[in-house]
Write a protein that binds this ligand. Structure first.
Ligand code: CA
Length: 239
């Protein structure tokens, strides 16, 4: 279900700072999800879309720059604000090179921080207006790939980058059996055993969104020993 409040992801391992930031952003009317590591952030990003990502550089595990590069590989559009501890030109440049849109040096003034956040959200709305587009229709569903959303029997749904990639692959190859390998390569860019389970979870999710009865899929069908087939007109799976 969509919610009107912009959803912000905060990646910050310093709890007292994170609490302060969350509190103030919520006071400003934003919805905030907070994680303490880059790994957790990337996991969330596979499933959720955010209006803005606030990313600390010094994190346990993967550092903020590497996280930012990975975010960019998944989503070229989401605005990223980097928080750096050092007023160091090298950091600023590394940050911008890794795909961040803006940076703030810690410690920062709260008002400046909030202004920066709302400015970034406003700019991203100007630069990337929701395009008016024709829906791809099947059954009771309308899918808008460019603007990452869908209307289904259950209501409005926001789609993630990976869901959009997977749906466009299925729509392009409508009626064909698409192998697991092809799906993994086009959606994730590589194949591995872990991604295989992720792929099945994605199909489960697509069925929940779009199938009248997810337990007996008629659009996203299993093709035994091969992978999956998308049918625009409902048909039985071979299972
Ligand atoms: Ca930190």
């Amino acid at each position: 279900m969509t919610e009107d409040r912009p959803h912000i992801l905060l990646v910050e391992d310093e709890m007292h700072l994170a609490r302060g930031i969350c509190f103030n952003l919520e006071q400003e009317g934003f919805r905030v999800s907070h994680v303490e590591s880059g790994e957790e952030a990337l996991e969330l990003l596979a499933y959720d879309r955010f209006a803005l990502i606030i990313l600390d550089v010094m994190l346990p595990g993967m550092d903020g720059f590497s996280v930012c590069e990975q975010i960019r590989a998944m989503d070229a559009r989401v605005p990223v604000l980097i928080l750096t501890a050092r007023a160091n030109d090298g950091d600023r440049i590394t940050g911008l090179k890794s795909g961040a849109d803006d940076y703030l040096t810690k410690p920062f003034n709260l008002n400046e921080f909030l202004l920066r956040v709302s400015g970034m959200l406003r700019r991203s709305a100007w630069y990337r207006p929701e395009p008016v587009e024709e829906a791809y229709r099947f059954g009771d569903n309308e899918v808008f790939l460019l603007s990452y959303h869908a209307r289904t029997a259950q209501g409005e749904i926001d789609l993630t980058e990976l869901e959009v990639k997977m749906l466009s692959l299925f729509f392009q190859r409508e009626g064909e059996a698409v192998s697991r390998k092809d799906i993994l390569e086009s959606v994730w860019g590589y194949t591995s055993d872990t991604e295989t389970r992720t792929l099945d979870n994605f199909i489960v999710r697509l069925r929940k969104y779009f199938e009248p009865n997810p337990a007996q899929p008629v659009y996203f069908q299993t093709v035994r020993g091969v992978g999956y087939r998308f049918a625009r007109k409902p048909a039985r799976s071979e299972e």
